[in-house]
Design a protein around this ligand. Sequence first.
Ligand code: F3S
Length: 66
Amino acid sequence: MSQELYVDLKRCQGHARCWAFAPETFAIDENGYAYVIPGREGSYEEEKVRKAIKNCPERSILLRES
Ligand code: F3S
């Protein structure tokens, strides 16, 4: 089992700190909300993503078992 990264859009308020910390992993859609770039859900730089998770004010960046 591995862990898959995702953004909970019910929580995301578009602060874009995820993108600032890990632009290779997160992108911002046309409405200003974050998403994990397709293909990056299970393949990302842990240190940068850890910072993104810690700095999201809405706690909307999550990991789930895949
Ligand atoms: Fe949304 Fe948090 Fe990023 S609110 S845009 S997931 S910093």
